[in-house]
Design a protein around this ligand. Structure first.
Ligand SMILES: [Fe+2]
Ligand SMILES: [Fe+2]
Length: 304
């Protein structure tokens, strides 16, 4: 009988079904309560063979710590991109998601430095021009909804990539005999990622059902042209992401099965949501193309 509940309206009259709003609010409260930011000093950084750990997983730690720390800039971008966000989104990304992710970055950064690697160099404040353009356009409510949809979809794909990466990293560290760091750093971090994934998923499903056809078309089109692996904004970073996939065993020479599976897992949600009308598609082609490009760039860089 939830239909009897009033439908809240945003300042510009945007509708959001109460059930979605309510579910998101409950979800955020639960995340805040059950998953406080992990204290950096709570971890056991004891390593059996730090040099070997750095050799095997250095590129992964460097990449992931940067991406996690760059959430600070992501929030600045969101403030530009979504001038009038639903309060629950703002509460989620500013009060819950941001501190959790920053701590993931700090833990990984401390670990990599103790393993003899350089300190992380995140870009915390330089915002790309296209965000400013989209932010200006976002003053039109209908466009802001498109930006918001892209934000949720990016969130789903990003968090899914993180879950898969941390699963692989956790297993890889255990295989190396690095039990302390696997169980006190990577395991607690990966426990927090599914909650983020769930938030974006619920939000995306809710908003998609409200968009009109031209907005859906614009979302599909922009997604196709702007999809990028998490944290890969420059050609160099695309290649570094390719390295991450190599070090996590997602890409191995002559075997593309794992890469395809990875792409499918990352793209599954938006495939089902955005392309429900096109059966038979396994993965949005732009997802798989982007991962292949990252792998190619990493390969080219290695040969130089
Ligand atoms: Fe994270
Ligand atoms: Fe996350």
């Amino acid at each position: 009988m939830t239909a009897d509940k009033p439908v809240p309206r945003g300042e510009r009259g945007r509708r959001r079904p109460f059930s979605v709003e309510g579910r998101l609010a409950e979800h955020v409260d639960r995340l805040a309560e059950e998953h406080p930011p992990i204290p950096v000093d709570s971890a056991d950084y004891t390593m059996v063979r730090p040099e070997l750990l750095a050799e095997q997983f250095g590129p992964v730690l460097t990449y992931m710590s940067r991406v996690e720390l760059e959430v600070e800039r992501n929030v600045l971008e969101l403030n530009l991109l979504l001038p009038d966000p639903p309060p629950v989104d703002q509460h989620f990304y500013a009060d819950v998601w941001l501190p959790q992710e920053v701590h993931h970055g700090l833990l990984l950064d401390r670990l990599q430095q103790l393993a003899g690697l350089p300190e992380s160099e995140p870009n915390l404040d330089k915002i790309a021009f296209n965000f400013k353009v989209l932010g200006a356009l976002g003053r039109f409510g209908a466009v802001e909804d498109v930006s918001r949809m892209l934000y949720y979809l990016t969130g789903v794909a990003t968090e899914q990539s993180a879950i898969l990466a941390y699963n692989k990293l956790h297993q890889g560290l255990l295989d190396l005999g690095e039990k302390a760091v696997a169980s006190t750093i990577v395991a607690p971090i990966r426990r927090q990622e599914p909650g983020h994934f769930a938030y974006y998923k619920i939000a995306a499903q809710g908003l998609w059902s409200e968009l009109v056809p031209w907005q859906k078309w614009l979302v599909r089109t922009l997604r196709r042209y702007t999809f990028e692996p998490v944290g890969a904004y420059t050609k160099k970073q695309w290649a570094q992401f390719g390295d991450v996939m190599t070090h996590l065993g997602i890409t191995t020479k002559g075997n593309e099965v794992e890469l395809d599976r990875y792409a499918q897992q990352i793209g599954r949600f938006e495939l089902e949501l955005l392309y429900a009308h096109r059966e038979g598609l396994r993965v949005p082609t732009y997802v798989i193309d982007s991962l292949h490009r990252a792998a190619r760039l990493a390969d080219r860089r290695r040969r130089k």
